[in-house]
Design a protein around this ligand. Structure first.
Ligand code: AMP
Length: 379
């Protein structure tokens, strides 16, 4: 089956056409600067989609898969798009304000442009539907949690699912027999504890703002600081949340950029502000890994993935070095090899009590496989 996978950002649209039988990418690309004043920029997602369909030419497309960050309380697996499911997902866009609205624009554009092709939504929250109550409940009045669906949902589920399956395969063990911690460290970042094949804890919460320090997101913060910030900047509440999503994290701490590679170059030149930001960034990752080892009562595998996790040896070295007390070690030579090219491989140090991996995440392939599965069940 040829599945066209879309990953829509607020101003960009990434796509891959994947043959699920051979797992090969037939075509891939990106349309960016959607809705910006840039020269020749597409006006909106609908125009961007028509550009993609034009590029596809006569290529056969059997189905379309859309990455959707948030599925809210009602969507715990990949779902066929119908007028009803589309409406339901649109009604929870506020739970992932940076991501869901763009994905929904993409789904609508596909239905208009290619009405005969089935569309499937694959949710980043779905993999975490197995989290136990003790992990997903906030300590708010239970009635609030239930009535308003306030709970921890997590995100990056497609990646955590794929990477944990991949490392189990590489360990030649069923995933059900392993305790795995996946660190998805990109511009957005989250850690996930996978015990017996199921997500039991993850660092993102109600929205993808909770947890680790990220490119532009603050991650964990005392909720009382929100009021302080709002007063200090004379912001409304929504403006403060946008600030926490877009102006904080590594960008906020350094006052320079959210791009890790650029920051690394500044760090290498001795920039002290960047060094402090890195300390905060690494510290938070170590804190979560330590907590998840405790939550699972042990760990067999730690895997690093995404732009930073897969390509920056210094990040993995800094994090694993702090886990030495657990008898976990990294092989510095093998670790150094995994830079820049997003390759998959084992980087476990000699005598380590847990195995360490750098894994190239394949979210699009995972989405295409789920789309095929849903449609074969429906047929
Ligand atoms: P992601 O959100 O997964 O695309 O990750 C983006 C982050 O990864 C940025 O901070 C980049 O600087 C960083 N990065 C480091 N090496 C690479 C690479 N080879 N390709 C893409 N992003 C990279």
């Amino acid at each position: 089956m040829n599945v066209l996978v879309f990953n829509s950002g607020s101003s960009s649209l990434k796509y891959q056409l994947i043959d699920t039988a051979s797992k090969k990418v037939i075509l891939k690309g990106e349309v960016d600067r959607i809705g910006t004043p840039a020269k020749d920029a597409p006006r909106d997602h609908s125009v961007a989609m028509s550009m993609v369909f034009e590029k596809l030419g006569t290529q056969k497309v059997d189905a379309i898969g859309h990455r959707v960050v948030h599925g809210g309380p009602n969507f715990s697996s990949a779902t066929l798009v119908t007028a009803e499911t589309l409406k339901q997902v649109e009604s929870i866009s506020h739970l992932a304000p940076l991501h869901n609205p763009a994905a929904m624009l993409g789904v609508r554009a596909c239905r208009d442009l290619m009405p005969k092709i089935p569309n499937v939504m694959v949710f980043d929250t779905a993999f975490h539907a197995t989290m136990p109550e003790k992990a997903y409940l906030y300590a708010l009045p239970l009635e609030d949690c239930k009535k308003h669906n306030i709970r921890r949902y997590g995100a990056h589920g497609t990646s955590h699912d794929y990477v944990s399956q991949k490392v189990a395969e590489m360990c030649k063990k069923p995933r059900e027999k392993l305790k795995i911690i996946v660190c998805h460290i990109g511009n957005g970042a989250s850690v996930c504890a996978i015990d017996k094949g199921k997500s039991v804890e993850t660092s993102m919460g109600l929205t993808p703002l909770e947890g680790l320090v990220m490119g532009t997101r603050s991650g964990d913060i005392d909720p009382a600081a929100v009021e302080y910030l709002a007063k200090a900047h004379n912001f409304t509440l929504p403006q403060t949340i946008t600030y926490l999503n877009k102006q904080c994290g590594l960008l906020g701490l350094t006052g320079k950029t959210s791009d890790f590679r650029d920051l690394l170059a500044m760090y290498d030149k001795g920039d002290q502000t960047v060094a402090t930001a890195f300390d905060v960034f690494f510290h938070r990752i170590v804190k979560y890994i330590g907590a998840y080892v405790a939550v699972m009562n042990g760990v067999d595998v730690i895997a690093f993935t995404a732009g930073i996790g897969n390509n920056i040896p210094a990040l993995r070295q800094a994090v694993i070095d702090r886990l030495g007390f657990l008898g976990i070690k990294i092989d510095p030579k093998r670790n150094a090899f995994h830079n820049c090219n997003s390759v998959t491989g084992e980087i476990t140090g000699k005598g380590s009590r847990a195995r360490i991996f750098a894994i190239k995440t394949e979210e699009e392939l995972s989405i295409a496989t789920q789309v095929e599965k849903i449609l074969s069940v429906k047929c």
